[in-house]
Design a protein around this ligand. Structure first.
Ligand code: NAD
Length: 474
């Protein structure tokens, strides 16, 4: 072996070794991780009685430590998330952890309003709810736990997590990390808590417990519906199916690259990622040409039919005679394009990261939130046709939509018609959560309940404090 080869070997061995503090102590009981939800609730309650007296400066110290540990352990968490869920891309998950550490707002997000006048002084303050019950997804497991923890603790709350069962190891790791940060910064034990084996039963216990004053769901339609019918204050961050439109005025080479970059980020797991593309016919060939130069692989009609059999499964009809609907085969969610292509007999080269195909508007690849690096492309006669189809394909989720255009009238018309929480123009989808763009980040985008790009203030309740006929100094 020459020197270069030895250096490369050492580098890859070190990369495989987990040298984070948590990994050095494999036998240590993870902090905040309990056998039952009842135990977690009891411990969290105890912690909250102490934490409710922490001022913003103390909370900010804790948040700074969460940010520091998230940066330090980003790589470990990215690897564990992929190992645990079998979904996503390690490199992109590392970037997501750095993003969450850098751009999730802390206590600076909380604002007090003051009304002063002849009759004295009134303050309106952003106060904590108490204990929040949060349900988190398998697609962004640790990022959501960390993002929610920063925002919810900044606002002065305690948090119980019931994570997705398919992401329980990485979610427990993130809860432990937050607790390590809290303890290091002088905070109470178990201010963030979870269960080792989350189930629907543990979720129900959390949702229905009287100590839990607010609920936050990040996931698909089932969980959002369940929380919104709980009778408690709830924030719902639900599913999307973001369409991207490309019109004749777009910078087509850039649009093609941006779309492939966004669509393939973390293998299309983010709910904001481009899921289907509507392109004006006059620029369609050029766009596909540039997509092929940016890691896309174009499949033909027969291959589309083969791929359908791999990534879609039938939903049994509710009653006899109902049409058979298609849904995703979860085994292929968040998988590499190369591995998916291998299933239909295509041995792709290493640079292939996205499967593109031309389909009709009604095709299930367009209508279904696949969360795989597969991008169906629909040719449209005009921008207006593209916009109309995009609005329909978004299914009224009011989540995210994208546009590549230089026409301001098109931007305005589409934004008004699609009415989404996030609307990104001339950039990859991840610009919508503050990645290489202005604005803070979140991993809980609350379209259904309207909080939007959630942050600490979303997890507060307003309280008014009135003093009459004094403390006004004029
Ligand atoms: P999922 O809906 O399968 O699971 C989310 C969580 O809800 C899990 O913890 C799961 O155990 C639980 N859950 C599911 N159905 C439930 C029910 N009926 N009652 C109680 N709990 C239930 O979601 P997933 O597959 O992990 O994530 C992907 C989905 O989440 C996609 O639809 C994606 O668009 C959406 N998502 C949305 C956001 C957002 O911010 N809006 C963020 C990430 C993911």
């Amino acid at each position: 072996m020459n020197e270069k080869e030895i250096a490369q070997l050492v580098k890859s061995v070190l990369a495989e070794m987990d040298i984070t503090p948590a990994a050095k102590e494999p036998q240590r009981k993870q902090l905040g991780v309990f056998d039952t939800m009842e135990e977690a609730i009891e411990a969290c309650n105890k912690a909250y009685t102490l934490f409710r007296n922490y001022n913003k400066e103390q909370r900010e110290k804790i948040i700074a430590e969460i940010r520091r540990l998230t940066h330090e352990e980003a790589e470990t968490m990215a690897k564990l998330a992929v190992e645990d869920t079998k979904m996503g891309n390690v490199y992109h998950k590392i970037l997501k952890h750095h993003l969450v550490a850098d751009k999730t707002p802390g206590t600076e997000d909380l604002e007090t309003r003051a009304l002063s006048g002849d009759r004295g002084l009134t303050l309106i303050e952003m106060a904590p709810y108490g204990i929040i019950g949060a349900i988190t997804p398998s697609t962004n497991p640790s990022c959501t736990v960390i993002c929610n923890s920063i925002g919810m603790l900044a606002a002065g709350n305690a948090v119980l997590f019931n994570p997705h069962p398919h992401a329980k190891r990485i979610s427990a790791y993130a809860v432990d990390l937050v607790n390590r940060a809290v303890l290091a910064a002088g905070g109470p034990e178990n201010i963030v808590a979870t269960v080792k084996n989350p189930t629907m039963e543990s979720s129900n216990t959390m949702v229905n417990h009287p100590s839990v004053r607010m609920l936050v769901a990040t996931g698909g339609p089932g969980v959002v519906k369940m929380l919104l019918s709980s009778g408690k204050k709830a924030i719902g961050a639900g599913a999307g199916n973001p369409p991207v439109v490309v019109d004749e005025t777009a910078d087509v080479p850039k649009a093609a690259k941006d779309i492939i970059d966004g669509c393939t980020f973390d293998n299309n797991l983010p709910c904001i990622a481009e899921k289907e593309c509507f392109v004006v016919r006059s620029v369609a060939d050029e766009m596909i040409h540039y997509m092929l130069q940016n890691g896309a692989y174009l499949i033909n009609k027969e291959q589309i039919a083969q791929l359908e059999k791999v990534v879609l499964v039938d939903v049994p009809p509710k009653k006899p005679g109902d049409p058979v609907k298609k849904t995703i085969n979860k085994d292929w969610v968040g998988r590499d394009a190369k591995k998916i292509l291998a299933q239909i007999g295509v041995q792709a080269t290493d640079d292939i990261r996205c499967i593109i195909c031309e389909t009709e508007f009604s095709h299930p690849f367009v209508q279904t939130e696949l969360m795989m690096p597969i991008l169906p492309i629909v040719r449209c006669e005009t921008f207006e046709d593209a916009m109309e189809m995009a609005v329909k394909a978004e299914h009224g989720n009011r989540h995210t939509a994208h546009l590549h255009s230089k026409n301001v009238d098109h931007m305005t018309a589409y934004a008004k018609a699609v009415c989404t929480t996030i609307f990104v123009k001339n950039a990859p989808s991840y610009a919508g959560i503050g990645f290489n763009s202005e604005g803070h980040t979140t991993f809980t985008i609350a379209g259904p309940t309207g909080e939007g790009i959630t942050s600490a203030r979303s997890f507060t309740r307003q309280r008014r404090c009135v003093l009459v006929d004094s403390l006004s100094i004029i």
